[in-house]
Design a protein around this ligand. Sequence first.
Ligand code: MLT
Length: 405
Amino acid sequence: MINTNYQKLPGSYLFSTIAKKVKEYQGQHPDKEIIRLGIGDVTQPIAPSIIAAMHQAVDEMGDAATFRGYAPDLGYDFLRETIAKQDYQARGCQIAADEIFVSDGAKSDSGNIQEIFAENIRIAVCDPVYPVYVDSNVMAGRCGTYDEKTGMWSDVIYMPCTRENQFVPAFPKEVPDLIYLCLPNNPSGTTIPKSALQDWVDYANRNGAVIIYDAAYEAYITESNVAHSIYECEGARTCAIEIRSFSKNAGFTGVRLGFTVVPKDLKRDGVALHGMWARRHGTKFNGAPYIIQRAGEAVYSTEGQKEIKEQIAYYMRNAATIKKGLLDAGYEVYGGVNAPYIWLKTPGQMTSWAFFDALLEKAAVVGTPGSGFGPSGEGYFRLTAFGSYENTQKALERIRTTPLS
Ligand code: MLT
């Protein structure tokens, strides 16, 4: 009767587990001021010009002349056209408005996209990586069995990313059908130059693989040799699907908006994936709310761009503060240059969860255990730069002055 694949999933979703632990701790220590640098949730309010666009859209919904009911299931043209122009064509990428599918966020899309692929395909993931990719494939019965000892699924191809390879995945020994790449990477905060991304595109085209390119953190790229979109690479239209979010660049974690790009040239078994994703979207999704899509459009206005760049700079100042503070305190630290995540090696031989517990119990600071992102994340820990500057400084001071190992 039930989908028994769900029974195979160990524990609860990573960030749900953390939230539960933090709630328990707060319950036991009601006076403690907990600083949350765990889940990558933004803290800055949505920028004024975006809020103004939302207000206007709200007013339109209250007037019979401008009221809108169901949104077009693939997204309003005004938003799709703006995205195509500003995120893609302005960077020289050949992406058209009707190749953009607007959704309620990158998490849903990255969890749902596996549905258009066969049950028996092999997936490859960077290890560590955002847990949604593996978990959603487990639910679909694609990952085999879980080994408690190694933390690995028998049918998943893991591409370890550790300090030994500068957190850069190597081509796997077995050829996968579907390759998930999250760049800049969540959780390690590291990324690869455009030339290396081009190698992945060439590899996928050579082998008939499809790349799911999660570019949720592209707004945080500071280095000029890093691609903002996989479609900056030659040949990506025939092998790559790109997922984007408004959560991290414009603070939409609470309002929900994202999009997925499926180029019409991307075909497998003679079938265009564009048509399949359109079919799936049309059947299972009723379109992101008009008000939120107008807010998304405002992100691309001159004022919106100026305001979100200021927010991104604010978070990146946090990233630099965390990185410097940890380095000064003797930690081994990665990331934080092209991403709002700092990835640190836990001191001594501490496991990721032991460090999580020590940090919470002794310093009342929440982070994310690296092992939650995959077995190669064991012995690492992630801190987010999305807190307020004041809390970030306070957390650093606590980490610096509290013996944790
Ligand atoms: C994270 O903390 O990894 C992200 O915020 C999770 C997400 O974007 O769903």
